[in-house]
Design a protein around this ligand. Structure first.
Ligand code: 1HA
Length: 270
């Protein structure tokens, strides 16, 4: 049973149950299109889930069976981005994409219905995607006067290959769940009624595994394609592990005790 933690949110639901946090875009009347406030709330919820030590896996999904997310809400698209209530333009979904990738906990997209445009990129940047058999995937940018040349292009190419990624963007077609699975865009296709059960069971299997191994692997997968930022994530895990050693702690203790550090007992390994 999910515990509802949505009180501070308007455009999303935020739920928790043993070890799993679930972020649900709740704008079904526009196929779960996001506006700046939606993205802001998703960023806040992701932050909460990341810092909650009881959470080991994060599910990202959309309310209802018709859509995961249809991208930016075109009704509030102004002349330099998507307008918030005070008229300021945002492309803050790019921040959310980076947060999903750099979150040390696995983020799993649970997709029923459409994952389109900026909504498609959101599922793409998640670590895993479980799709219902009614899921449909695609980009629309060149049709609606937009493009995501960041993770939306380069990361997509590393997932499905250059030719397929260029096809997806240049033709703006939609692909069904099976086609998406065949091209490596989704990990598993299940009947719609089993979507949540299957996704939660993937989460539970992950929750049995070593948190340190999981976070280091995620950062290692990122490192190869995320440049200096990717190396920073991987190296951050190396630093964390070093802090946990007596050798690392000797440096800290010596500083605090105002003495020279004594690293002589630590091995110089081949
Ligand atoms: O490319 C970016 C970015 C790039 C760089 C940096 C930041 C970015 C941020 C965002 C984006 C983008 O997301 S661009 C791509 C924007 N999205 C789209 O082009 C998808 C538009 N929607 C659709 O193609 C279709 O609605 C659909 C395939 C998702 C579903 O079709 P369906 O089932 O036939 O429903 P439909 O009747 O089209 O939609 C139901 C209602 O939802 C309609 O409203 P109604 O006529 O009932 O009043 C429809 O207008 C509304 N709706 C759907 N999607 C959006 C939307 N309203 C606003 N924005 C939407 N994205």
């Amino acid at each position: 049973a999910w515990q509802d933690c949505s009180a501070d949110f308007n455009d999303i639901y935020f739920h928790r149950t043993d070890g799993i946090a679930k972020i649900t875009i709740n704008r079904p009347e526009v196929r779960n299109a996001f506006r700046p406030q939606t993205v802001q709330e998703m960023i806040q919820a992701l932050h909460l889930a990341r810092y909650d030590e009881s959470v080991g896996v994060i599910l990202l999904t959309g309310q209802g069976d018709l859509a995961f997310c249809s991208g930016g809400d075109q009704r509030v698209r102004g002349d330099a981005g998507y307008a918030d209530d005070s008229g300021v333009f945002h492309l803050n979904v790019l921040d959310l994409q980076r947060m999903i990738r750099s979150c040390p906990k696995p983020v799993i997209a649970m997709v029923a219905g459409f994952a389109i445009g900026g909504g498609h990129v959101l599922h793409l940047v998640c670590d895993l995607t479980i799709a219902a058999d009614n899921a449909r995937f695609g980009q629309t940018g060149p049709k609606v006067g937009s493009f995501d040349g960041g993770f939306g292009a380069s990361y997509m190419a590393s997932v499905v290959g250059q030719k397929k990624a260029r096809e997806i963007w240049l033709l703006c077609r939609q692909y069904d769940a099976q086609e998406a699975a065949t091209m490596g865009l989704v990990n598993k296709v299940v009947p719609l009624v089993e979507l949540e059960r299957e996704s939660v069971s993937w989460c539970r299997q992950i929750l049995q595994h070593s948190p340190m191994a999981l976070r280091t692997l995620k950062s290692a997968f990122n490192a190869g394609i995320d440049g200096q930022a990717g190396i920073q994530e991987l190296a951050g895990n190396a630093t964390m592990l070093f802090y946990m050693t007596e050798e690392g702690q000797e440096g800290r203790d010596a500083y605090l005790q105002k003495r020279d550090p004594d690293f002589s007992k630590f091995k110089r390994r081949p």
